[in-house]
Design a protein around this ligand. Structure first.
Ligand SMILES: Nc1nc2c(c(=O)[nH]1)N[C@H]1C(S)=C(S)[C@@H](COP(=O)(O)O)O[C@H]1N2
Ligand SMILES: [Mo]
Length: 196
């Protein structure tokens, strides 16, 4: 690893070359990759919003697409630097659904029944994306296709793969790993790994 790479890494992380595909390659928890049929796939965005939305795959492709390069850090200690994601900025999606005043958080539900949640403030950063392309190619199924969240400043268990629903809430709902001992704030720069 170059010293430049070492400087870019948050505390306690080691760089690896590429992302690990779910199922086969993931070191400890590799569950299975859910089967998703794009024809019937729908993203539901609801909860405390003025304009709930249901988007099909073509609707997602029609939304403004941006590119964002960021690093990815798993709580188990590995990082992948300089990933080029393409997709919809979360902030842009928020404008479409118009959250009510009391909406402060969002819970992400996934096709494998995984869940995670973040505050709308955390989700409003420029580099937070709903991604469907990675490094110039369509995202692979084992990396979250059709749509995954990317939140670079948080440990990767916040970067939900295979999203099917985004629910805006007034109170924070604890996600899958956050209910099993991992930090709900998950700040990679603060080495914030375990729940307090
Ligand atoms: N739907 C879903 N998303 C998920 C998970 C999961 O089990 N299900 N695991 C998380 C964890 S712990 C990690 S490290 C990353 C892995 O992403 P990757 O397969 O692209 O490396 O996905 C996150 N998002
Ligand atoms: Mo992880």
């Amino acid at each position: 690893m170059s010293s430049k790479e070492q400087e870019d890494l948050p505390p306690g992380q080691v760089a690896i070359k590429r992302l690990l595909r779910w199922g086969k390659e993931h070191p400890t928890i590799g569950g299975s990759v859910p089967k998703i049929d794009l024809e019937s796939w729908i993203l539901v965005i609801d909860g405390e919003v003025e304009k709930p939305l249901k988007l099909n795959w073509n609707d997602v492709l029609d939304l403004p697409k941006i590119e964002s390069v960021s690093d990815f850090h798993c709580v188990e200690g590995w990082s992948v630097l300089g990933l080029k994601w393409e997709g919809v900025r979360f902030k842009d999606l928020v404008k479409l659904v118009k959250p009510k005043k009391k909406a402060k958080f969002a819970t992400f539900e996934c096709a494998d029944r995984y869940t995670t949640s973040l505050s709308l403030e955390e989700l409003s950063r420029e580099n937070v994306l709903l991604a469907y392309r990675l490094d110039g190619k369509e995202l692979e199924e084992g990396l979250g296709f059709p749509l995954r969240l990317v939140v670079p400043e948080k440990y990767a268990y916040k970067s939900a793969m295979w999203i099917t629903r985004i629910k805006f809430t007034s109170k924070k709902e604890r996600g899958y790993w956050e209910s099993r001992g991992y930090s709900d704030t998950a700040d990679v720069w603060k080495n914030d790994r375990l729940s307090k």
